[in-house]
Design a protein. Sequence first.
Length: 169
Amino acid sequence: MRRYIRRYMHGVALFAAGMIAALFLMQPSHAQDDRLTGIRINHVGIFAKDWDATLNFYIKTLGFKEAFTFKDKDGNVTTSYIQMSKENFLEIARATPERPAGLNHVGIWVDDIKTTVAALRKRGVKVEDARAGNSKAPLTNITDPNGVRLELLEYTPESLQKKAIESWK
């Protein structure tokens, strides 16, 4: 089990490192004002096959804190945001037969969601208008050529993520 978790976390870390490198090294070569700016990796979403073991690993073993949770209509926790540092999170949701365990998405924090959406559309990327997510952060999604979902979010003052970032100690 430990080897599986270690291998899984190594894969997530390599993926995140690749995303960060791509954001900084593969900037567009055209005019300065056409570049995507104000974007950074903020979280990775995973589906957990063993909810208790996953939360215990991140909270008790690694020492991260649970920033906030979402519950279903019956009061059962469905998703937990685990705060790793001031501005970085893991979004952990329960795996189901329709949502197998593993990587779900990469969360990209943008300074201005409307400007980012407009810039992406200008580049031919299919992207819907932003909508309010469960955390009250405006968000939308795009998919990379490998089928990886990138969740684009703007953290407004009322968003749960912004509140967690501001209360970090």
